[in-house]
Each structure stands twice: as structure tokens, then as C-alpha cells.
Ligand binder design. Structure first.
Ligand code: AQP
Length: 332
């Protein structure tokens, strides 16, 4: 079976709808066809300031949400990044073959450092895309399910894998991004020109999966729509309605064409009211399942320990090969 690898940050507590539709849905799909590894990337979380107790709680919460979304530890390997020390170790090696200019071109770093401000931007944030390269290469991943915003990092991974292989002999599989076009970028419900994001300036257009369903319904009903009244998918001229149609279609499995037909002659209000119901039906059981996993932290921790053990077996083998190729003297 081909390998898949992806990671998600525990930073915000609740995952948002963009995380779910852009990435987590693909994780659950790929566990059927791939030897899949998914991790909560706590090493990435500390690139910005964190409260230790909150980070610890949010790491469990992230794992609980991944299970609630349908990840099955019998069919994939679920673990916490810091439990596998090979990530930091290969990360250092990768830092040493990455150009400073090359790292400086990462748009996610530019965006995130602009939000942090120059004084608060850490070197860790600067090199986090390179750590991500190590995350992927350690598992010899063929496929990396992510949203559109991560495409550049998978490209960097390909470049660095080829560079390392070229200099030191074939060591790493060169991975491809797995980006599902329709849901690659879910937009903010109040400003459909920007991606839905945990660090948006206001949370009015952000659907957090663990929020009160009633509050979520309200946010959907007050989503920004476009001028005119026709309900048609037109990403360029009607970005607000198109975003709602994408969300509606993906959550219900109804095609966009069928939705357009269903809402012909009806107003935006009807679409939003129905989508609010769809959303409530989706988040309510998700919240309940997440809570159930959280109520049994021993089982959750045991499951993550088993996942880390399985992940480590693969990661240690790749790291040993990379260390040998680069010329490190073996430890006796
Ligand atoms: N709006 C989105 N549409 C589609 N996919 C998205 N992803 C994030 N936002 C969207 C995908 O979710 C996965 C996990 O993301 P992450 O944990 O790395 O967090 P992030 O990318 O930092 O998430 P945010 O909310 O976008 O955070 P900020 O505001 O810090 O940039 C990834 O696969 C990502 O593509």
C-alpha cells in the first residue's frame, strides 16, 4: 500500500471547518487505501507562544477530535509528534541542506510572522516548513493530504528530498500533495476573499467544530452573501454563495448542480437556513464523540503510545539511513 502522512496543530483547541473539509476528511478517506500516518504536531505548535497546561490539554483534545472525525487506530497510525524524537533529529539535517533564501520565500512564514510582529517572530517559526519536510520524509510518504495553503511546503519537501537523494544517494521517497480541488480552500464566512483561519482578526466568519451548535447556526445564517439573489456557483463573482454551496455539497454529498436546481427562485436566506441545519446535524454528534474520547484519557493516552511506537519503528529506520548517508560516525 502507498504511504500517506499528514499533521495538524493542536494550537487552537477546536478544529475549524476549513481544517475538517480541507484536510481531515481526506485523512479518513486515505486510511482506506493507504498505510496512513497522522500526527498532532505539537513541535509546530511551540513556534508561537503557548501556555504549557493549555498545550497539553489541546494535544489530547486534537487527538480526540481526529478520532471523532473517523480516524480509526486499527486502520491508521495516530500519534503525537514530540513522542517520536526522530522528527527533531531529521529536522536539523534538513535545515542544513536548505538555503536561507529558499526558506525566506515560504509564504506561510511571511503571513504568520507578519501577524506575530518582528520582535515576537521566532527562528522556530522560520524553520517550521523545514521541520515539516522532515515530518513527511521520515515516513517515506507518497501522498500528503493537505489544504491549498500547504502546497508550497510539499513542493519544498520534494525539492529537498531530490537534493538529498542527489547528493548522498537515494534515501527518501519524493512525495506528492493530495489536495482535493473542491475543498482545497474554505473561505471565511464574513470575508470570502480570505481563507477560514484560526488566526483571523475576528471569529465571526470562523466555524469552530466544538462551538455551541446554536452559535454555529447563527454564524451560518449571518454569512456574507453577494449582490444579486441568484444561487449559482461562480467563485469569481459570487465567492460568498459559492463557498456556502461548497460546504453544503461536501457535508451532504449533494452535487452543486442539484443544489443550484433546488434553490432556483429561492433567496439566499433559504439556502443559509438549510445549511445552518446541515451544520448543526454535523457538529452535534462530532462534539459528543469528542467528549466521549476525552472522558477516558487513559485509553486515549494508551492509544497514542501505541501509535508512537508504530511510527517510531518507521522513523528510526529512515533516520538511521539518512545519518549513515550524510557521514555520521555510527554510535557503538
Ligand atoms: N480554510 C481552509 N481550507 C482548507 N484547508 C485548510 N486548512 C487550514 N485552513 C484551511 C488545512 O488544515 C490542515 C491543518 O492545518 P494546521 O493545523 O497546520 O493549521 P493552519 O494551516 O495553521 O490552520 P489555520 O487555521 O489556517 O491557521 P493559521 O491561521 O495559523 O494559518 C492543513 O492541511 C491546512 O492546509
Amino acid at each position: 500500500r502507498p504511504r500517506a502522512l499528514s499533521g495538524i496543530q493542536p494550537t487552537a483547541g477546536s478544529f475549524h471547518l476549513g481544517n475538517y473539509l480541507g484536510a481531515i476528511r481526506q485523512y479518513t478517506a486515505l486510511q482506506e487505501s493507504h498505510d496512513a500516518f497522522y500526527m498532532v504536531v505539537d513541535l509546530h505548535a511551540i513556534t508561537v507562544p503557548q501556555d504549557p497546561a493549555v498545550l497539553r490539554a489541546n494535544t489530547r483534545l486534537a487527538a480526540a477530535q481526529l478520532l471523532a472525525a473517523g480516524l480509526d487506530p486499527q486502520r491508521c497510525t495516530l500519534f503525537v509528534q514530540s513522542h517520536v524524537p526522530e522528527h527533531a533529529q531529521l529536522g536539523w539535517v534538513m535545515n542544513c541542506i536548505t538555503g536561507f533564501g529558499e526558506a525566506s520565500r515560504m509564504t506561510q512564514f511571511k503571513d504568520k510572522s507578519a501577524k506575530q510582529g518582528a520582535d515576537r517572530t521566532t527562528v522556530g517559526l522560520f524553520t517550521y516548513p523545514v521541520l515539516q519536510v522532515a515530518d513527511i520524509l521520515l515516513y517515506q510518504a507518497d501522498s500528503v493530504p493537505v489544504g491549498e495553503d500547504q502546497r508550497q511546503h510539499v513542493e519544498l519537501t520534494r525539492d529537498l528530498a531530490e537534493r538529498f537523494n542527489g547528493r548522498f544517494g537515494h534515501t527518501f521517497t519524493v512525495p506528492s500533495p493530495h489536495i482535493v480541488k473542491e475543498t482545497a480552500k474554505i473561505y471565511d464566512l464574513q470575508d470570502p476573499s480570505i481563507k477560514m483561519s484560526k488566526s483571523a482578526s475576528t471569529t465571526k466568519g470562523l466555524i469552530n467544530l466544538l462551538d455551541e451548535p446554536k452559535a454555529t447556526a447563527k454564524k451560518v445564517k449571518s454569512a456574507v452573501t453577494d449582490t444579486g439573489s441568484e444561487i449559482v456557483f461562480d467563485a469569481e463573482n459570487k465567492p460568498g454563495v459559492s463557498n456556502l454551496l461548497t460546504i453544503f455539497s461536501t457535508l451532504t454529498g449533494t452535487t452543486i448542480g442539484d443544489l443550484e436546481a433546488r434553490y432556483t427562485g429561492k433567496g439566499y436566506g433559504a439556502l443559509k437556513t438549510d445549511l445552518a441545519d446541515v451544520m448543526v446535524d454535523f457538529v452535534t454528534p462530532f462534539r459528543d464523540r469528542t467528549q466521549e474520547f476525552l472522558e477516558d484519557p487513559e485509553t486515549l493516552d494508551a492509544l497514542l503510545a501505541t501509535g508512537a511506537e508504530k511510527a517510531r519503528a518507521v522513523a528510526a529506520e529512515t533516520l538511521a539511513t539518512a545519518y549513515d548517508r550524510i557521514g555520521f560516525l555510527p554510535a557503538k
